[in-house]
Design a protein around this ligand. Sequence first.
Ligand code: KG4
Ligand code: ZN
Length: 334
Amino acid sequence: GKSVYILAVETSCDETSVAVVKDGREVLVNLVASQIETHKAFGGVVPEVASRQHVECITLLMEQAIAESGIAPEQLTAIAVTEGPGLVGALLVGIMAAKALAFSLDKPLIGTHHIAGHIYANQLIGEIQYPAIALVVSGGHTEIVRMESEGRFEVVGQTRDDAVGEAYDKVARSLGFPYPGGPHVDKAAQAANSAVPLPRVWLEEGSYDFSLSGLKSAVLNLVNQSRMKGEEIDAGGIARGFQESVVEVLVGKAVRAMRQFGAKQLLLCGGVAANGGLRSELTARCEAEGITLSIPPMKYCTDNAAMIGAAAYIKWMHGEVSDLYIKGEPGMSL
Ligand code: KG4
Ligand code: ZN
């Protein structure tokens, strides 16, 4: 049949990104303008600043993406955009730009869920095998999602407080690492030769939910106690203890979900997929369970528009398009 070309826009947080994806699989172009340097000064993402930066670069990025895709604008099949969840002001910038393009080219608009995007990033590297379990771990999300078949999502567990990346960043900050601190804690944890003992938070029996704020507070208390006593902080030991606790619970629950739902594949996604401890533990456990583990390359794990193009393609194939009245849905559910 005819090829499907989707131009996708992602502005839900601090990355402005535009991509053109062919047939939901082949990334013709994926441009990402990161705001990390801007937000570093504040130690985290400032919503108002994020919106302004999206406004400043979205139009140029769209023009550049079309130019670099090698596709004439009329050849585009549809325009996709992240509808939610995310920062409302940031989402609106991408949505307005996508609507304007869809309207001027007279192409359908496909409002897409950000987490569906993270999950379908796995479709950029191969065919997903169903039933699948997705472990979504990022700065804003921590979820276990069950997928019986294509395009069907059931969130079976999620964090009740901090997201994993968020907890990493807060722990990193208390240990004196720069923002975003997740990668620094990971490195320190892997280099340390002993772990400071920290609690595992499993919640009620059978629950797939997570709670990370208690663990984070335990770390902050340890750091404060050392400070008050004038002792040196064992940053490596704390990082390792924290990482072991997080990884054990994340992997433990993901493996239990795979067993309970008879998953053929585990899809890892989100920025924390870069974590060395998580990767090696998941690799070992999936192998033992006889389940294939799919991890997209890092450029498709952190926020990007190619993943939105991949998820929108699935919606397109199922005949799901939006109207031009969509507005940002900060709390959108899968
Ligand atoms: O998916 P992402 O790029 O942004 C969101 O959509 O949230 O994830 C960024 C998060 C940050 O919190 C960052 O510290 C964390 O992922 N992160 C890591 C590692 N690399 C990035 N956390 C732990 N270990 C890593 N190696
Ligand atoms: Zn994300």
